[in-house]
Unconditional design. Structure first.
Lengths: 315, 247
């Protein structure tokens, strides 16, 4: 099991995840790739072999009103290949999670077209890096639009319109408010799209009261044999939220679906140990915690201390 | 973070300071808008929003030598072979080596050029725009006054002559020390990496020191370095100063 984290590096200063300059300052994918090369060297030094790329790695790549940015993948063919080579040398798994505007179930044709274009570009980016089928693109079902059943059926139709090479990379994550694991499995049965199990989402939205270990098993079974599944693990935030308003700072109780800074190791150890004892197929774990790589390193050392038998399976 | 910034925009913008030995390289940067870094010798952090130039003593007029006077926004990185980069030199022995070509915007002059009063040869410094705009000396550009600097200073205090950013085969070493029978490279922050000792060039050894080790047990790290150097016939470069404390 490889432990991974998403996008931002917090364990070392000065490692931006992408070129975040505004369009007026001419950001470019090649600059993001230079950052990415530096991040990969950092990941190697920390023995981290799973990383989620920034969704905005190629800035404004599909922005309909900024055509000057649309050819960045072609312009960076050599640099993309070089970064992909580095990832392979380091046995680094890379995945993508495009922005929330990507909604394959949108009833709005313009938004659906833009979502499709974004997914095609994301797949082309991974193809350009020479990343194999483990380089998946994670999407959510999308909005409910007054009718949940109709919404998930529209996702099926949207997915069917994707080019085959894009379908091969898209995987589906259930969420914490609208579409549960059961909805994602419903879509899987009609499309074959693999389902990403998210431990916190499942605890927040689980109308059928499926135990987490069963949910994990069901999700893992949706993945092709030759692609190692990935799952998401996080802990709910428990500390007070400070909301800054023009009239001052307000305190608010934490929301369960928000991510904590660090991870509670014990439920994670329990879930992973159960998975091992049931001989579930191997999978990778994307940790969603605000402290990013720092949280990963801490969790890894905690697993080593509190569950040494499990630690032998952690990469 | 052990430092604070007034402007979050400047805090986020990164700067790579390159050492320019050849006036032609700076002229090309100004006129053609690009600068090159051999991929094999690239620093661990090559990505940056701005590129700045430290001019060595080779530069005239003298007021710009040993200073950072010019910087420019980065526009694009390209990976090109030397032959593609310099088509007039296709018979060069490293014609097929890859280089980062960094395309930059117009050069801007710093309001306060940054001198290097306590000169120490550097190859690259990764810093922030805020530090670049406010530094009084090149040594203030380093992001972290942490374990690396403590190790560097301790080596100097022990009359050794550390060399920064040397290449060990295809791998960068953050520090190199010359011994009678070879070279000792030190990789900083690398507890486990893909460098295998068997793949090192002849006469090279590599020592890995992680920041936590240096911060927690600097004397122990120095003893490890001393043991390697003694095993390699003793340090070759020493500078005048008080008696060594290693050992």
């Amino acid at each position: 099991m490889r432990l991974g984290f998403a996008v931002k590096v917090l364990g070392a200063p000065g490692l931006p995840s992408h070129d975040s300059r505004r369009w007026q300052n001419q950001p470019h994918l090649s600059v993001s790739l230079a950052y990415l090369r530096d991040i990969f060297l950092y990941l190697e030094s920390r023995s981290i072999h799973f990383y989620r790329l920034a969704g905005q790695l190629a800035p404004y790549l599909t922005h309909p009103e900024l055509p000057a940015f649309h050819r960045q993948l072609d312009e960076c063919a050599t640099e993309l290949a070089a970064v992909g080579d580095l990832a392979r040398q380091q046995r680094l798994r890379l995945t993508l999670h495009p922005g929330f505007f990507v909604q394959l179930n949108s009833p709005e044709p313009t938004l659906l077209a833009r979502s499709t274009a974004e997914l095609e570009s994301s797949a082309a980016l991974l193809d350009g890096m020479g990343i194999g089928p483990e380089g998946v693109i994670v999407v959510h079902v999308g909005g409910v639009h007054d009718n949940r059943e109709a919404g998930r059926a529209r996702f099926v139709r949207g997915w069917e319109q994707l080019p085959t090479n894009v379908q091969a990379r898209v995987v589906l994550e259930h969420d914490d408010r609208r579409y549960s694991l059961s909805d994602a499995l419903w879509i899987h049965r009609r499309t074959g799209v693999p389902v990403v199990f998210d431990s916190l989402h499942h605890r927040c939205l689980n109308p059928e009261q499926i135990p987490s270990i069963d949910g994990l098993r069901l999700a893992l079974s949706t993945w092709p044999r030759d692609v190692r599944p990935k799952i998401h693990i996080s802990s709910p935030r428990t500390e007070i939220r400070y909301l800054r308003r023009p009239d001052g700072v307000r305190m608010q109780a934490p929301l369960l679906n928000q991510h904590s800074d660090f991870l509670d190791p014990f439920p994670i150890i329990d879930l992973l140990s159960q998975a091992l004892s049931l001989s579930l197929r191997p999978f990778d774990i994307l940790l969603e915690a605000k402290a990013k790589d720092v949280a990963l390193l801490r969790l890894r050392s905690q697993i080593e201390r509190y569950a040494p038998a499990l630690f032998l399976h952690i990469g | 973070m052990d430092f604070a910034y007034s402007d979050p925009y400047l805090q986020r913008r990164t700067v790579l300071v390159a050492v320019v030995n050849q006036p032609d390289d700076l002229r090309r940067a100004a006129s053609d808008g690009w600068y090159r870094i051999p991929q094999r010798r690239a620093p661990r952090r090559v990505g940056a929003d701005f590129l700045a130039f430290y001019q060595t003593g080779a530069f005239q007029p003298k007021e710009e030598s040993h200073t950072i006077t010019w910087f420019a926004p980065v526009q694009r990185y390209r990976l090109l072979t030397r032959a593609e980069l310099l088509p007039d030199e296709t018979d060069h022995p490293r014609a097929q080596d890859y280089y980062f070509r960094i395309d930059i915007g117009p050069l801007k002059r710093l309001d306060q050029p940054i001198p290097a009063a306590t000169f120490r040869r550097v190859t690259f410094i990764h810093t922030t725009l805020d530090r670049l705009l406010h530094a009084q000396d090149v040594t203030e550009l380093r992001r972290v006054d942490g374990p690396f600097d403590a190790l560097w200073q301790a080596l100097r205090d022990n009359r050794l002559r550390p060399l920064p950013n040397r290449l060990v085969g295809d791998w960068p070493a953050d520090i190199a020390l010359r011994a009678r029978n070879g070279y000792l490279g030190i990789r900083y922050g690398e507890e486990a990496d893909s460098v295998r000792d068997a793949s090192l060039p002849d006469r090279w050894r590599l020592l890995r020191l992680v920041p936590e080790q240096i911060a927690g047990d600097l004397p122990g790290c120095l003893r490890r370095i001393a043991a390697e150097l003694i095993d390699m016939g003793g340090a070759l470069d020493t500078v005048a100063g008080p008696a060594p404390k290693i050992g």
